[in-house]
Design a protein around this ligand. Structure first.
Ligand code: G3P
Length: 214
């Protein structure tokens, strides 16, 4: 399973990278809006740092305008993956991006049929938002299982990018189901490694070592 960092903050990306777990980055307009840097410049710097897939989202809502933004974004770096909303207009833009060889990440997916549609067209990634479904009391992991089954049934190449993950258990469940990628907020990277018995164990080892040294 690949791990992407779900952030547009360069310091956070550097921190995750230093942990050796960073395969890529996903951003969205809400995350980019928190940073005080020109959008295209920021995406360029993230690509430079990550040297792997970096999702940058269009903000237009009509297919023609989405395509123009997709072209601009993908010209920033070979690492850019253009995020498109999974709407009718988003699908029209996807068809044209696929024709032009622009890598895509179809976002805001909340039901398996949306994932089936974008895979048929040839999206590079599909992003089911698991945490947001959990938030409204719906079976998020059932959606992910269904998408995995559909993709395996038809040998679709689209990679499943489990998004909107809130905690380490989400990652484990997504890995068991077979998501190709998990995109995680930086805080979840830190939480992944935390276990009270690890801390207690280390404390005891070091205390015993110190005692033995006199
Ligand atoms: O990658 C999608 C993600 O940014 C959405 O996460 O936490 O806003 O639901 P969240």
């Amino acid at each position: 399973m690949k791990f992407f960092a779900d952030t547009a903050n360069l310091d956070e990306i550097r921190r995750v990278k230093s942990m050796g777990l960073l395969d890529g980055v996903t951003t969205n307009p809400s995350l980019v809006a928190k940073e005080s840097m020109d959008f295209h410049k920021l995406i360029g710097e993230i690509c430079e740092l990550v040297q792997g897939p970096v999702s940058a989202e269009v903000t237009a809502t009509e297919a023609d305008k989405m395509l123009l933004q997709a072209r601009e974004l993908s010209s920033i770096s070979e690492h850019v993956v253009v995020k498109l909303p999974t709407t009718t207009e988003g699908l029209k833009a996807l068809v044209r991006c696929v024709d032009e060889g622009i890598k895509t990440n179809m976002t805001l997916v909340f039901q398996p049929i949306q994932a089936l549609a974008v895979a048929k067209i040839g999206a590079t990634y599909v992003s089911p938002f698991l945490g947001r479904l959990d938030d409204i009391g719906q079976e998020a992991m059932a959606m992910l299982t269904s998408i995995r089954t559909i993709y395996d049934n038809y040998d679709f190449d689209t990679q499943i990018l489990a998004a909107s993950l809130r905690h380490p258990l989400h990652i484990v469940q997504a890995a068991e189901i077979g998501a190709d990628v998990a995109t995680l907020p930086p805080a979840v990277f830190e939480k992944m490694l935390a276990h009270p018995l690890t801390d207690i164990g280390l404390e005891r080892f070091l205390a015993d070592w110190k005692k033995a040294q006199g």
